[in-house]
Ligand binder design. Sequence first.
Ligand code: 5AD
Ligand code: SF4
Length: 450
Amino acid sequence: MNKLDTALVGSALKEAGFSLTGSEKEADVVLINTCSVREHAEQRVLSHLGHLKHIKKTRPDMVVGVIGCMAQRLGDKLLEHKAVNIVCGPAQIPQITELITEALQQKKKTLAVTENIRKTAEEQNETLEEFESAYGIEDEQIPGQAFVRVMRGCDNFCAYCIVPYVRGPAVCRPPEAIIEQIKKLPGQGVKQVTLLGQTVNSYKFKSGERTYCLADLLDMASGIEGIEWVKFVTSYPSEEFFDEILQVMADSPKVCNYLHLPAQSGSDKILRAMNRHYSSRWYLELLAGARAVVPDIAIAGDFIVGFPGESEDDFQATVDLVKKARYKNAFIFKYSPRPGTRLWRAGGELQDDVAPEVKQKRNIELLAVQEKVSDELNRAFLGKEVKILVEGLSKKPHLNAADKADNPQLVGRTATDYIVVFNGPPSLAGQFAKATIKRTSPLTLFGKLT
Ligand code: 5AD
Ligand code: SF4
């Protein structure tokens, strides 16, 4: 979601005549796009702002803007920071060029956030929709790929989560606007499109007589010539449209057999406290149902460890779920109390009762359990040929790194989101390639181009 906002802002600024630089030292304007999901992410922004304050001592004209969820959450408190000139929430990014121009000319501090985020005005949605449809969405970091938001915001109110309060209510974008945007992508070299939403599987849009669901979008997107792979993230474990989505996955070779379906916990007590509307047993049945329709489906999960009240038994229930779910990979987070969430308002800061060492220990234990599963799943690829969409040079060369300059180590992903590392010409970035898997680790498949 944030990467997409960064790309949209980047396109808008380029169109307004700004040019992008990778170096803070050269920049007249520095924008920081922020996430509020965990406290750690916000702390990193604050320390970066400290660094910018220092730079501004010698370059007082430099304009610093904070955009995104942290801007919406902290508003004027953030504007008080010495380094900050602009605070701009996710719903105000259409105004960003205006805000920057003002800041450059008038040297004043400006705040643009939504007053009552759970009651966003129709008008605001229209402005966001226009902005979103107008700008390019190809990912400049990863050639050949693009992200398209299909819904904004969230109405789920999981007890720990800040998203409904910084991104506002769930609003689905019109299918025509989404499809129009996707149609433009192949002309820019895009081969894979990822549809984005906080609970993307519950996408629903009524247009005339017809109600469109995510399966319809997947079907329409995969009908577009030049789009070869269609992915979607993130799903919420619910029955709504689940069968339709799996069916289109099974039927369409372009809809990737990959599902990101966070469980968050394996303990029913904790799931209830989290305000997640399912039990661990029901969740596992949902996975079994998905595998029955799409046998090679790769499933990824998210978990929070150390949620308030999580006992050792609760945690072991999560371990048990991870063993049974057989995820391709799982993202594991330590619970971080967020001001304004349901739990916080119910005294959650005080209730953050799992000690940091215990959170750490559970995090490590759960990672180890998942690593074993990932390792087994990865080994099954040995000797097999896979199709990869190549992303570019591998950031962490592991194998034959010293190979010739025209044959460096590249990285890409399969349709089911497995990471593959192999040697090949850099010109393959953004293209499809095939490789035979020669070696595996829990996180990576190592291949040889075929
Ligand atoms: N603390 C820790 N992890 C969180 N997540 C969301 N809110 C919190 C929080 N307060 C995790 C969830 C979600 C992922 C994006 O971040 O696992 O799926
Ligand atoms: Fe947060 Fe829950 Fe919405 Fe996901 S579904 S964004 S965890 S409130």
